[in-house]
Structures are given as structure tokens and as C-alpha cells.
Design a protein around this ligand. Structure first.
Ligand SMILES: *Cc1c(COP(=O)(O)O)cnc(C)c1O
Length: 397
């Protein structure tokens, strides 16, 4: 059982494990992490600088250990993915290359109420290029009395903006409502009007099935500390579609680790990018910050996303059956429109409900003004926990 490969936090009072439904915020620690970190510390202690080439996992190549498995995770080719930086940094780096506004075409579509960091990043890019946020930013909001966006309305907004639209940048799964967007359709429609399509997969990677290459998404970014269980602030992922793999002229912010590795150590003055996403790297791999991801990604690769998603769907359906008559749920019910997170709306007494759940040993998360997010994940949560949760919720409410 995969659950046995994770540390499950234990309640002090009862010595029973918590019901941990917060993998959408910070995933649990795989048990192999400690040993993997010890290995790198040992190589550093024993080899010093030689660890770059002669360590068990040579640090100079460390980012390459992820290419194949990260590619499988997001439905990409190895050349299309790289692990580097953190999510918001990667979003900026991608926008430097893929948001190239002109007076004719400068608008960006995002979700109204997008994750704050995404809003700040997008708005600051608009300002950086000398445009006006009010004019350039199109924020999509649900219809009255609806919680989530309809694909048809997103498509309409794309066509309304038409040739003034430079970029569509949405979360793959919205962090608040848990809605998964139809990334394929959105990408196609964005391309029809000549715009780029990029996605923030913070809540999608390791949660839903992704086919970034086939969908022809232009770029995507994700973090690894949520569903991907790689520890606080762990390294992030970046996808650049293969069609840009060999585009040395595409403007970008450059650093030495993005330079062609064959000539990187000649230390020449002119930048020649690596092919593919690796050409957007700035710095050498932050190895200590990547170790946990290596361990975790091995587990995902072993379990496989299709199998995890299948179990996740069973868990979603079971949870919905058990709680749909107890609380208002703002996450779509249709499986294709969602991942494992269920956002429940608990009204004015919400904070109290949340506190009572916490006291009963449930770790979930609270979002202002009145939403509790519950995310049973297929790797380490169980049907029994969902059952137990629904009983506690019923009592509390
Ligand atoms: C978690 C999350 C982030 C976090 O950004 P970092 O740069 O990793 O701190 C950004 N965007 C979304 C949508 C998120 O859910």
C-alpha cells in the first residue's frame, strides 16, 4: 500500500493519525526522503566538489534525473520539461518569452479571483511592458448564481478579445473552487485568435491527467509541494512546448545553466540556449531542494497517473455521496471538471465548523470568506477516512 510509504502526522492527544486532507496545500513526506538527503550530505562530506561529477547522483546532471518522469506526469516529451526555481519565478520567466505585447495585441485573460501570486505576476508584467492593467487584464467571472466558469463563456471571452488578445493564463485547476478547466479547448481557441495559452498547474500536477504536448499548450508551470509531496518550497516544474524547443531567438532571461551544456564550461560571453525547456534554466540545480522531489516522483512514476486518477475518481464519488446532502459544494460534480479537491461552503458559522473539524483530528484548509477545502488524495488517503470524515462533518454541522 502506498500509504505505508508516507509519514502520516499523529495526533498528540489520541496517538491516532490525523485525517490529512490537505495534500492540495502541502503533501506529506515520503519515508524515503530522509535517506535520500543523507546520501547527498554524505557525498558532499566525502567528495566535496567532486560530487558534481562523481556523487551517486552527480549534481551537475541533477535536473536531468527528472526529465522523463516529470514528462510522463504532465503528458509531455522529456525535452519539454525542466525542474527549476519556484512557480511564480517560472511564471515570470515564461511570460518574458510568451507575453510579448504590442499596441495591437496586449491583453491577458485570467480567472477573476485567480491565486494572488498569479494576479500579481500578470499585473506586474502588464505594467512592466508599459500597459494599463484596467485595459489589458480581462478577468473571467462565473455567471450570476454560479460558482464556476463555463467553457463556452471562456471561449466567448477569447473571441471577444480577438486579435487584441496576447495570452490566456489560467490555473489548470482553480485553487479555490477546485474546477478543472478544459485546457485543450481553451488552448485551441486561444490559438485561433493568435494568442498564446499558458497554465498554472499548481493544483493540477499530480492530481488530474494532463496531456500538455497533445493539447499544444504553449507553456505551463507547477509547484511540487502540493499534490507532488516534495516538501515546503520545493523546486517547481516548467513546460515549454516542443515547437519552441529550438528557438534561440525567442526572447528570454538567460543564465549559464540554460546555456548549451556542450560549451557551458568554456565560459564564453555569448549565450547559446540548450534545446527545449532546459534552455530557460538560470542557475545550477538546487540539489538539496530537489532531493525530496526525486523520491516523490519515483513513487508517482511507479503508481502511474492513470491508476492514481482512477482511484481518485472513486474517492471523489464516495465523498460526494456521503456529504452532498450535508453542505453546499461549489466544486463541479462532473469528474471531467475537477480533481480531488472538494470545496465546501459553510456559511457564517464556517470558521467554527472548521475549528470543530480540526479538534476532531481532521486537517483541512480554510479559505476566506467561508470555504473549507477537502482533498483526499489517492496515494495516502483511504475510503475509511472519507467515511469517518463524513460522520464527523455530520455531527459538527
Ligand atoms: C500554490 C500556488 C502558487 C504558489 O506559488 P510559489 O511561487 O510556489 O510560492 C502559485 N499559484 C497557484 C495557482 C498556486 O496554487
Amino acid at each position: 500500500m502506498y500509504r505505508d510509504r508516507f509519514h502520516i502526522p499523529i495526533q498528540q492527544k489520541t496517538q491516532k493519525p490525523y485525517i490529512y486532507f490537505c495534500g492540495n496545500s502541502l503533501g506529506l513526506q515520503p519515508k524515503g526522503v530522509l535517506e535520500a538527503i543523507r546520501q547527498e550530505l554524505e557525498d558532499w562530506a566525502n567528495l566535496g566538489v567532486e560530487g558534481h561529477f562523481h556523487g551517486k547522483n552527480p549534481w551537475a546532471k541533477y535536473h536531468e534525473f527528472f526529465s522523463e518522469k516529470a514528462a510522463r506526469l504532465v503528458g509531455a516529451k522529456p525535452i519539454e520539461v525542466v525542474m527549476m526555481n519556484n512557480l511564480t519565478v517560472n511564471l515570470h520567466l515564461m511570460m518574458v518569452s510568451f507575453y510579448r505585447p504590442t499596441p495591437q495585441r496586449y491583453k491577458i485573460i485570467i480567472e477573476g479571483g485567480a491565486f494572488p501570486s498569479d494576479q500579481y505576476a500578470v499585473k506586474s508584467q502588464i505594467l512592466f511592458h508599459g500597459y494599463n492593467v484596467k485595459d489589458a487584464l480581462i478577468e473571467l467571472i462565473p455567471r450570476p448564481n454560479e460558482h464556476t466558469l463555463r467553457t463556452e463563456d471562456i471561449v466567448q471571452a477569447i473571441h471577444d478579445a480577438g486579435d487584441s488578445l496576447a495570452l490566456v493564463m489560467l490555473g489548470g485547476v482553480n485553487y479555490y473552487t477546485g474546477q478543472a478547466f478544459d485546457m485543450q479547448t481553451i488552448t485551441q481557441e486561444a490559438h485561433k485568435v493568435g494568442a498564446m495559452a499558458g497554465f498554472d498547474l499548481a493544483h493540477a500536477a499530480g492530481n488530474i491527467l494532463l496531456h500538455l504536448h497533445d493539447w499544444e499548450v504553449d507553456f505551463a508551470v507547477w509547484c511540487t509541494y502540493k499534490y507532488l509531496n516534495s516538501g515546503p518550497g520545493a523546486v517547481s516544474g516548467c513546460f515549454v512546448h516542443e515547437k519552441y524547443a529550438n528557438s534561440p531567438d525567442l526572447p528570454r532571461f538567460a543564465g549559464w545553466w540554460g546555456h548549451d551544456e556542450k560549451t557551458r564550461f568554456l565560459m564564453g560571453p555569448d549565450f547559446t540556449p540548450m534545446l527545449g525547456a532546459a534552455g530557460w534554466q538560470l542557475s545550477n540545480a538546487p540539489v538539496m531542494n530537489m532531493v525530496a522531489h526525486k523520491v516523490s516522483l519515483d513513487i508517482f512514476d511507479e503508481a502511474t497517473m492513470p491508476a492514481l486518477r482512477q482511484k481518485s475518481e472513486e474517492m471523489i464519488q464516495f465523498l460526494l455521496e456521503r456529504i452532498q446532502n450535508l453542505v453546499e459544494i461549489i466544486t463541479p460534480f462532473e469528474l471531467k471538471d475537477r480533481g480531488c479537491q472538494t470545496s465546501i461552503r459553510v456559511g457564517k458559522q464556517g470558521k467554527k465548523v472548521f475549528q470543530k473539524l480540526s479538534e476532531a483530528g481532521i486537517i483541512a484548509d480554510w479559505r476566506e470568506p467561508d470555504v473549507i477545502r477537502i482533498a483526499p488524495v489517492p496515494l495516502y488517503n483511504t475510503m475509511e477516512e472519507i467515511d469517518e470524515f463524513s460522520k464527523i462533518l455530520k455531527k459538527v454541522i
